[in-house]
Design a binder for this molecule. Structure first.
Ligand code: C5J
Length: 223
């Protein structure tokens, strides 16, 4: 099936396609989360919630593999490299007490996925210590096991974890198709620049499309 995208349309075999919902965590999206505590405008991220909900519904109906990710670390921080700790002032570091529990620590309230796009039982929830969903996770093996070649990329933030995952996917031979209304950044400028880079030079890292284009295909293909 051909899907409208930039820089050019892309063939999508739905049986070889997974929906990735990246880091839709309370700490990033809720007004009482860590992102807001740092002064970010979380409403910029919240605009992704409705389109992701619609996609999840259609993907579940079509039987697509759905993979949710969460960025976070073990309580003893043994999986957290110094590069993720040292650059920020004490009080705003991973593991410090935040408004919704210890910042980006597995099991804390803020680390959880927002209620609006909560995973259903049986859906994969991948805990990742890095920005890329491929780093120190079983993602590559999971995708091969399920015969997946295409990844529909949604979640937050466009410029950090979504982008790192797109680049990781491209390097490993997976097609990354980013849904522009389903990803967002605390910075509209970085969001736009990231999408521009992904689709530059004939699709150097992947493709950019919209949820409407994907829903059109998914809803026409419900089994
Ligand atoms: C994500 C971040 N998920 N911005 N993390 O993008 O630190």
């Amino acid at each position: 099936m051909q899907i409208t995208a930039e820089p050019h349309s892309v063939t999508l075999d739905l049986d070889a396609t997974a929906l990735m919902v990246i880091d839709m965590q309370k700490d990033f999206l809720y007004p009482n989360g860590f992102g807001a505590f740092l002064g970010n405008d979380v409403t910029l991220l919240q605009r992704t919630i409705r389109p992701i909900q619609r996609l999840l519904t259609a993907a579940r109906m079509r039987g697509l593999l759905i993979i949710h990710t969460r960025e976070g670390h073990l309580p003893d921080l043994s999986d957290c490299p110094p590069t993720k700790l040292d650059r920020w002032p004490v009080g705003t570091r991973i593991g410090d007490p935040g408004p919704m529990g210890r910042i980006l620590i597995r099991g804390e309230e803020g680390h959880g996925i927002i209620n609006e796009v909560a995973p259903l039982p049986g859906e994969i929830v991948l805990d990742k210590p890095g920005k890329s969903a491929f780093y120190a996770t079983d993602l590559d093996a999971i995708l091969h096991q399920h015969g997946i070649r295409n990844l529909l990329i949604t979640g937050v933030t466009t410029d950090v974890c979504c982008n790192a995952t797109v680049i990781g996917a491209n390097d490993r031979g997976f097609n990354a198709i980013v849904l522009e209304d389903c990803v967002s950044s605390y910075s509209p400028a970085r969001h736009a620049a990231t999408l521009e880079t992904i689709k530059a030079q004939g699709g150097i890292f992947g493709w950019v499309t919209t949820s409407a284009d994907v829903l059109h295909i998914l809803n026409g293909a419900i089994k």
